[in-house]
Design a protein around this ligand. Structure first.
Ligand SMILES: [Zn+2]
Length: 466
């Protein structure tokens, strides 16, 4: 309620005041990310990446043993799991021993929320967080403050350095954050030398303004969801134009090879893709050799598990955070698919390599007036609606959309209105929209549950191509 009120007030402020507010927030964020232990952690990670695979394994096992003792002694949920199975902490010494423990799922976290909190971690050292419902189910959880800020950003900046980008250099971030509801659709965050662009207003009517603004800003790096950066690249192709930058950093959705090709062609640089999740259990990123995704094995343990989600040679990625003591995530099912590479990377880093990785896949939708709405826009808007737990938005026809909401009761008038407001905002008044509460949301043959699905083709963009 307060948040919503604060947002309404913020939206009514003049741009100058919004800028000041954003920069106060930016200052506070930069301090948390880059203050404290950030530099020391990054320095350590820079060293450990060059250890041999077996040295890294030893390091990981020592971290795992420490986490397991902690979970056994201080986390009621895990004490019970160990006792039920007749296990003691010394039974789990390596990654291979983890099979003795059960998987952790979103459902189990919700059901055992209190019992999963470590009793010995003071509240000042942990912080609540919640996912945006990227896999269709929102989740509240706790992490160590050190992980949420310093460790997370140090790990991310090790990836960025592989791409030749360092903290403080000029970058454009195109993100699904709400910081404006009217033009201009960008703000400058001086504390991180960062031009923030909103994906919520990126469409065929504004794309040229976005590109001009990026060109004027002249960044070293462009950072964003693949679908958003690809959308910009497509427009550049239509205009027969290029916009050279040093690097493009993508994350948050699956990056397809045709997207990568066009982005690299139009921004005249390599794309460096990274994978992670809001739950902060594991991260992986591409190095300068682009042979796959190096797992940050200091951050978390990655297992690839054969189950009903996997297919062919891909399994589900199950991860154990080595850095979250507030609410240990052990063998957490990420819902993403992957496979370890059967080779080492020519870069010489000892970090394990995932050869295949399939993250989140969602479609962009076509509004009745012909402009494209990116999945990230819907995802972040729906994340604000607490009552929306699992859903699927399907475009059935040019102007016909169906929103399925998982509920064991009909939606209330207010809930319906909240959902409708978001849909009308992006799709316009001429869209025909049906909202249904359902007891089950269908999965696609790809096994992943897709939040946004388009059943009609988007007519290819016309324009000059090289
Ligand atoms: Zn490498």
């Amino acid at each position: 309620m307060i948040n919503r009120l604060a947002q309404q007030i913020y939206y009514r402020c003049p741009v100058l005041l919004q800028d000041i507010a954003l920069n106060i927030y930016g200052y506070w964020q930069a301090k948390r990310r880059f203050g404290g232990e950030f530099s020391a952690i990054l320095e350590g990670l820079e060293r450990s990446q060059w250890l041999s695979p077996s040295e890294l394994e030893d390091l990981q096992n020592r971290c795992l043993q420490q986490l397991i003792v902690h979970a056994y002694e201080n986390v009621p949920y895990y004490r019970r799991i160990f006792e039920e199975r007749g296990l003691k902490p010394h039974d789990i010494r390596t990654k291979e021993d983890l099979v003795k423990l059960p998987f952790l799922t979103k459902g189990l976290i919700r059901k055992n929320f209190r019992a999963l909190l470590a009793v010995n971690i003071p509240s000042s050292a942990s912080t609540p967080f919640s996912t945006s419902g990227s896999t269709g189910q929102k989740l509240k959880f706790y992490t160590d403050r050190r992980l949420r800020w310093e460790y997370n950003y140090a790990t991310l900046y090790r990836f960025y350095r592989w791409a030749g980008f360092d903290a403080g250099e000029r970058r454009v971030t195109i993100a699904g954050r709400f910081f404006t509801n009217r033009p201009p659709y960008w703000r400058f965050n001086r504390w991180e030398n960062q031009l923030l662009l909103s994906t919520h207003h990126l469409d065929s009517r504004t794309v040229d303004l976005y590109l001009d603004q990026i060109e004027r800003f002249s960044p070293e790096a462009i950072q964003g969801h693949p679908s958003a950066v690809y959308y910009l690249a497509k427009r550049l192709a239509e205009q027969g134009r290029v916009l050279p930058v040093q690097t493009v950093l993508t994350t948050g959705e699956q990056l397809f090879s045709d997207q990568r090709e066009l982005i690299e062609d139009r921004f005249q640089c390599r794309v460096f893709d990274a994978w992670g999740q809001a739950e902060m259990v594991a991260m992986a990123g591409e190095c300068e050799k682009h042979k796959g995704y190096h797992v940050a094995s200091e951050y978390g343990i990655v297992e690839v598990v054969k189950n009903e989600l996997g297919r062919d040679d891909l399994g589900e990625i199950v991860a154990t955070s080595l850095q979250n003591y507030s609410m240990p995530f052990i063998r957490y099912r990420t819902g993403d698919l992957g496979a370890f590479a059967d080779r080492s990377c020519p870069c010489g880093r000892g970090l394990p390599l995932l050869g295949e990785l399939e993250g989140r896949v969602d479609d962009a939708l076509l509004a009745p007036d012909g402009h494209i709405v990116l999945p990230v826009a819907f995802r972040t808007s729906f994340a604000k609606l607490e009552y929306l737990d699992q859903y699927q938005l399907i475009q059935k026809d040019r102007a016909y959309y169906q929103m399925l909401v998982l509920k064991d009761r009909p939606l209330t008038y207010a809930e319906r209105r909240g959902i409708m407001r978001v849909l009308r905002y992006y799709l316009g008044s001429s869209a025909e929209i049906e909202i249904k509460s359902v007891s089950q949301i269908p999965r696609t043959p790809r096994a992943k549950q897709r939040l946004i699905l388009r059943e009609v083709p988007i007519t290819p963009l016309r324009g000059k191509r090289r």
